[in-house]
Structures are given as structure tokens and as C-alpha cells.
Ligand binder design. Structure first.
Ligand code: 6PG
Length: 482
């Protein structure tokens, strides 16, 4: 087989097929495709003759069809399947060739795989790809890791298929080894928070404001013309407009209220916990999905007392605006926390990640694409060492003008017994971050009391332990493993 394809795709389920079609549709690309069952490869090639695919029957044919340096993108379900395909390719590839994993792999797996494959002189690139099925076909946001050398070959190919935002392709070399998958994981964590916040806004509009799903769809369409403009707001309006053909009811009312997940949100929270980064909004979003799926407990707890208080809404339009402001402020917190996690991950794993560039490639193609990513890009563009997004002037102003509404909405929801875990935790995070003094001093005292874990003082250097049951004098100690 002639070595004529400049790129190959392995794994032809919907995402793989769509990515292969996207690649084939761009000038200069010749695409080889391979799937474990040939029937699927054949079907794709026959259904899309315009793509001019090289349909490989075997993995050997596939490898033989690739021009050097051979470049193949693996689009199989994350996990053991990925390892198997990597092994098959690595056996046949030569030094300088490039294996790309375009699935949602856990970044630590990517770090391990990169190390293994590098030992053979082959490049391994973990690339986060966001945008779902349609994004894969028409233009996703792409977050590749791996070596700068591999990016020299891969970059132009990925740029040819990526979404374009403000004239720039939504792809950048994020960093080495697992950096791309790390950033994709955080993208998904923010996605979880954003979705949960929108769902909480819906709940308030429905159960306090008394609006119907169709009316809320209209409100979201309105919001989508302003600073909340985003893909998730847009599709939520579509979801709320949908009428169930079988019952004639709003579809949202017949969908079982148990949210699923594939695990990337959990990874974000686990990783952030290990890094010591409080991604509380993202965590609440993950927990909210878990709670929704605890069917037996929910059924058993359904009749527990509520003792609620009325949440008066004398002016519906003003209420809608307050919900919007609370949503916007909470969303800023979710992004601030997500970017903090990226910064901490970069420090821990020695990645040189440009946060402004990450914000830019999220402006188009991906699930969290939103107008205000331009503002985030500007914030990091002005100050790459920004300690928190909340400290950038634009976001400080945005939160400042939302604060009153944010507090009234969280307090009102609490009085009315409506769960708003993401709204409330975001507000608490903000209050915690800005507080000059936290009750952590009490926690330190408790730790020293029961475990002699020591504490530091505000007025003198050193490490101290109090003889709590004795004469209460403090003694300076050397730092210990406490
Ligand atoms: C994307 C999505 C994509 C996928 C998530 C959904 O960026 O295109 O995030 O990766 O839809 O895996 O995750 P859950 O099933 O966990 O909601």
C-alpha cells in the first residue's frame, strides 16, 4: 500500500468517524481509517465517497498507508482499549512517528503512556477534544499535549480541523505529556459546574418565579444575547422548549431527574483535592449529580419536614435579573476555580501552560464556549501571574455589581427550601477568599489541643504548641511531622 495518507484515524464510532470526515474535508489532508471490525470502516468509506478515505482492512494495511512521519489519532473509548491500540501501533511505528490519543483519557494515564512510547523514540500526544459529535465533524476545540517536536507536524493538521474563534483556530500546544488531557479534564469540570448552575437558575425561575419551561427558554434566549452568551445557555433553551411527542408535556418534565456522568468531573475534583485547590463549585456540581441518582434515599427522604418560608417575588422581571446576576457571579467563580486548578497542575507536573491561550481555545468549538472567555483571555494576557480571576478588574466589577442579587438569591432559596448547592458554595467561596480572617484559627487550636499538631502565631515567627491542660504557657517547638 502506498504511503500516501498524512493522517490516520483508529476507532470509527461517531466521534472517530466525524473527526475523520472533518480531516478529509480539509485541503491537503489524505486520511486513512481503521476500525477493529472492518464492516464499520467499509460503511464509513461507502457512505462518504467524497472523503476519499483509505479504508484499511488490517492494522498492518493502516500503518503501511501512512506517510512518514506516520501520524495516527486514536479515537476509542478511554481505558484498556486505548492501551491495546497504542501497543499495536507502537509495535509497527518507527522513531519519529506520532501516536495521538484523542479520547477523554485520565492525564496520569497519558503521562504513563507517553513515557512508555517515548522509550521507543515514538511521540505520544494526549489531545483533549471537545465539542461532542458535531464539534468533531465541524470544528472542535483541541487541547494537545506531547512534545513541541510532534506539534510541529501535528499542529497544522489539528489547526485545519479546529473551530475558529475571532479568526484564530481553537488549538494550542498546551504543554508536554499529560498537559492536554489535564486541561481537557478541567474543561469538563467547569462544564459540570456551568451545567449545574444553569439547572439551579432554571429551578429558581420555575419554582419561585412560577415560569413555565417555555417561558424559561425565552428568558435563557434573552440571556444568551448578553454577558452570559454561551453554548450551554443556548442548548438549555432548546431543551426547555422541547415538547414530548408521547405525552404533549414539556420534555424536561418527563425526563427522569437522575443525572449520569462518565467520570471526568469526578477526576477534576479528585485531582484538585490532591493539589489542594478548592474547586468547590465543580465539586458541588458532581455531588448534585450523585445526589440526584440516590433514588432509594431520595424516595425514603421525600416526606421529611421542610419548614420553609415564602420567597416573595413582588417584581418578576427584577427577580429574573437577580437570578441572572447570581448565575453570572457563580459562573465566574467556577472558571476562577478551574483556572486555579490548571495553574496548580502546571506547577506540580512542570508544564508551561499559558492560561490566556487556554481561554482562547475554549472560545469556540467546545462545550463551555462562551463570550466571556474573551475577558478571561484578556485578564491573563494582561497579567499571566494573576492570582485569581476574581482579582482582575473586569471580573471584580462583574461580581461587585452582582453581589446583592447573589446574596438575596442564595438566602431566598435557602429560606424557601430550594437546593442551590453550586450558587451557595460559589458565594461562600467568594466570601472565604475575601475574608481578612477565617475561623481556620479555631481549627488550628483544635488540632493542637487533641494532637499537639502545633500552630503559628500572627505576631511572632516560629511554631508553637500550647500545654492546654497545664499552665497554658506556649512553648516554641521545631517543626515536626505534625
Ligand atoms: C466535550 C464533552 C465530552 C462529553 C463528556 C460528558 O467536551 O465534548 O465534555 O467530553 O460529553 O464526557 O461527560 P459526562 O457524561 O460525564 O457528563
Amino acid at each position: 500500500m502506498a504511503q500516501e495518507a498524512n493522517i490516520g484515524v483508529v476507532g470509527l464510532a461517531v466521534m472517530g468517524s466525524n473527526l475523520a470526515r472533518n480531516l478529509a474535508s480539509r485541503e491537503g489532508n489524505k486520511v486513512a481509517v481503521y476500525n477493529r471490525t472492518f464492516a464499520r470502516t467499509e460503511l464509513l468509506a461507502t457512505e462518504h465517497p467524497e472523503a476519499g478515505f483509505i479504508a484499511a482492512l488490517t492494522i498492518d494495511d493502516f500503518v503501511a498507508s501512512l506517510a512518514k512521519p506516520r501520524t495516527a489519532i486514536i479515537m476509542v473509548q478511554a481505558g484498556a482499549g486505548t492501551d491495546a491500540v497504542i501497543a499495536e501501533l507502537a509495535e509497527r511505528f518507527e522513531p519519529g512517528d506520532i501516536i495521538v490519543d484523542g479520547g477523554n483519557a485520565l492525564f496520569t494515564d497519558t503521562i504513563r503512556r507517553e513515557k512508555d512510547v517515548r522509550a521507543k523514540g515514538i511521540h505520544f500526544v494526549g489531545a483533549g477534544i471537545s465539542g461532542g459529535e458535531e464539534g468533531a465533524l465541524k470544528g472542535p476545540s483541541i487541547m494537545p499535549g506531547g512534545t513541541a517536536e510532534s506539534y510541529a507536524t501535528l499542529g497544522p493538521i489539528l489547526a485545519s480541523i479546529a473551530a475558529v474563534a475571532e479568526g484564530e483556530p481553537c488549538v494550542t500546544h498546551v504543554g508536554t505529556d499529560g498537559a492536554g488531557h489535564f486541561v481537557k479534564m478541567i474543561h469538563n469540570g467547569i462544564e459540570y459546574a456551568d451545567m449545574q448552575l444553569i439547572a439551579e437558575a432554571y429551578d429558581l425561575l420555575r419554582n419561585v418565579g412560577g415560569f413555565s419551561p417555555a417561558e424559561i427558554a425565552g428568558i435563557f434566549e434573552q440571556w444568551n444575547t448578553g454577558e452570559l452568551e454561551s453554548y450551554l445557555i443556548e442548548i438549555t433553551a432548546e431543551v426547555l422548549k422541547q415538547i414530548d411527542a408521547a405525552t404533549g408535556k414539556p420534555l424536561v418534565d418527563v425526563i427522569l431527574d437522575e443525572a449520569g456522568s462518565k467520570g471526568t468531573g469526578v477526576w477534576t475534583v479528585q485531582t484538585s483535592l490532591n493539589l489542594g485547590v478548592p474547586v468547590s463549585g465543580i465539586a458541588e456540581a458532581v455531588f448534585a449529580r450523585s445526589l440526584s441518582s440516590q433514588r432509594a434515599q431520595r424516595d425514603a427522604a421525600n416526606g421529611l419536614p421542610a419548614e420553609t418560608f415564602a420567597f416573595d417575588v413582588p417584581d418578576k422581571a427584577a427577580f429574573v435579573e437577580e437570578v441572572r446576576l447570581a448565575l453570572y457571579a457563580s459562573k465566574i467563580v467556577a472558571y476562577a476555580q478551574g483556572f486555579d486548578a490548571i495553574r496548580a497542575g502546571a506547577a506540580e507536573y512542570n508544564w508551561d501552560i499559558n492560561l490566556g491561550a487556554v481561554a482562547k481555545i475554549w472560545r469556540g468549538g467546545c462545550i463551555i464556549r462562551a463570550q466571556f472567555l474573551n475577558r478571561i483571555a484578556e485578564a491573563y494576557g494582561k497579567n499571566s501571574g494573576l492570582l485569581s480571576l476574581l482579582l482582575d478588574g473586569y471580573f471584580t466589577d462583574a461580581v461587585t455589581r452582582s453581589l446583592g442579587a447573589w446574596r438575596r438569591i442564595v438566602a431566598g432559596a435557602s429560606l424557601a427550601g430550594i437546593p442551590v448547592p453550586a450558587f451557595a458554595s460559589s458565594l461562600s467561596y467568594y466570601d472565604g477568599l475575601r475574608a481578612p480572617r477565617l475561623p481556620a484559627a479555631v481549627v488550628q487550636g483544635q488540632r493542637d489541643f487533641f494532637g499537639a499538631h502545633t500552630y503559628k502565631r500572627i505576631d511572632m515567627p516560629g511554631v508553637f504548641h500550647t500545654l492546654w491542660s497545664g499552665d497554658r504557657t506556649e512553648i516554641e517547638t521545631t517543626p515536626s511531622s505534625h
